[in-house]
Ligand binder design. Structure first.
Ligand code: DSN
Length: 426
């Protein structure tokens, strides 16, 4: 068959971009060859609406084996009682939880997006904020840590039906036990979206939220290092937080509600090629080397945060407990926006993303922050001793955003550095 030159040439260019640059987007990573092979397999041809053993299509005997394997491995990683591996993304996993637990208009409480939260935790332009009544808690301005007192106060006053912990730009461990206590006091469901730190949790390097939350959602492609996708999990003993009756008055188990919320609630046919790739990634996460990898991710993040602080950058909360950090650029370059910084870094083949910082004076289109994460560079084999050099390259670019000569010469250094770290080296 003739190759679609247009598309495959562009894919080659993207491949080259990924190989030659320094990837610091906190939500990205590089999957293994086997994960890619599964994701690109013939399983994409198959319809399998339903669940293993209960499908609406014939010919699902092998699909069932694959999906069941993904389920079993995922349960093992997080010590879960029940899981659903079908959500196409983290946002769809969250959407299914909303559908299972809330009626339209019901109140829920999540971390403010501009304080590190996520679109699907109540942004007014997202399904969560459009269909439900979103309440938000912040981080403290002085410390950058979650303001648990404010969270408690809002929860007690407003009595939301759902409380969400989890973030896309928060570098600290969570006090899940405290949130669970307040959820129990007001009879709310407690959900944790662990999309960002899932890999560190899988490796036992951060607290497992399944021990505290009724429901946990995640993506599979960030620190966890699987294909793009979502998952939903329930820990031991959290099958039914409402006793027998759900908030909708039904007599149903939480897992049954969630299964039907995913399909047929918010999705049709599951992406079984991606579920196979998830199963491969879950097996990788169960290997002893995975703990070494995640330990290195954390070490690299700590080294990067320290190097940035040493260069005069302010990190929100003063450091990191996980794989990411949020830099307030105003501390060093009061006139530089996150948008300008992101563009200049991309020209130097360093990829990061602009990000609002808590109490930002600029709009989400400009921002005063940059978010960095170390999962992808760690997969390339980079160790903490190189993070200072990477920060030097970043600092050079940010000090010369208008100077194309400096940016070009930085790009050459970046490309030379990354030649030493071929993909799939681990
Ligand atoms: N957009 C993802 C991130 O970058 O954190 C979250 O969905």
């Amino acid at each position: 068959m003739k190759q679609d030159e247009l598309i495959f040439n562009i894919i080659n260019k993207e491949n080259n971009r990924q190989l030659t640059g320094i990837e610091l987007i906190a939500s990205e990573n590089f999957v293994s060859d086997e994960v890619r092979r599964a994701a690109g397999s013939v399983l994409t041809n198959k319809y399998a609406e339903g669940y293993p053993g209960k499908r609406y299509y014939g010919g699902c005997q092998f699909i069932d084996e694959i999906e069941q394997t993904a389920i079993d491995r995922l349960k093992q990683i997080f010590n879960a009682e029940w899981v659903n591996v079908q959500p196409h993304s983290g946002a769809q996993a969250n959407m299914a939880v909303f559908l299972a637990c809330l009626r339209p208009g019901d109140k829920f409480l999540g971390l403010n997006l501009s304080h590190g939260g996520h679109l699907s935790h109540g942004s007014p332009v997202n399904f969560s904020g459009l269909n439900y009544t979103a309440l938000e808690y912040n981080v403290q301005e002085t410390t950058g840590y979650v303001d648990y007192e404010q969270l408690d106060a809002i929860a007690l006053k407003e009595k939301p039906k759902l409380i969400i912990a989890g973030a896309s730009a928060y570098s600290r461990e969570w006090d899940y036990a405290r949130i669970r206590r307040i959820a129990d006091r007001i009879g709310a469901v407690f959900m944790v979206d662990m999309a960002h730190p899932a890999g560190l949790i899988a490796a036992g390097l951060l607290k497992n939220p399944l021990q505290y939350a009724h429901i946990v959602t995640s993506t599979t492609h960030k620190t966890l290092r699987g294909p793009r996708g979502g998952i939903i999990l329930i820990g031991k003993d959290f099958e039914n937080p409402w006793g027998k009756k759900t908030p909708k008055g039904e007599i149903k188990m939480m897992s049954a509600l969630l299964d039907s919320a995913v399909f047929p609630g918010v999705q049709g046919g599951p992406l079984e090629h991606i579920i196979a790739a998830k199963a491969v990634a879950f097996s990788e996460a169960l290997q002893p080397e995975y703990i070494d990898y995640q330990t290195q991710v954390k070490k690299n993040a700590a080294a990067m945060a320290k190097a940035l602080i040493d260069k005069g950058y302010k990190i929100i909360s003063g450091g990191t407990d996980n794989h990411l950090m949020l830099v307030d650029l105003r501390s060093k370059f009061p006139d530089l926006t996150g948008k300008q910084a992101e563009i200049a870094l991309v020209k130097a083949d360093i990829t990061a993303n602009k990000n609002m910082v808590p109490f930002d004076s600029r709009s989400p289109f400009l921002t005063s922050g940059l978010r960095f994460g170390t999962s992808a560079v760690t997969t390339r084999g980079i160790k903490e001793t190189l993070m200072g050099e990477i920060v030097d390259l970043i600092d050079t670019v940010l000090s010369h955003v208008e100077n194309d000569t400096v940016i070009r010469s930085t790009a050459e250094k970046v490309n030379a550095m990354m030649k030493n770290y071929p993909l799939f080296a681990w």
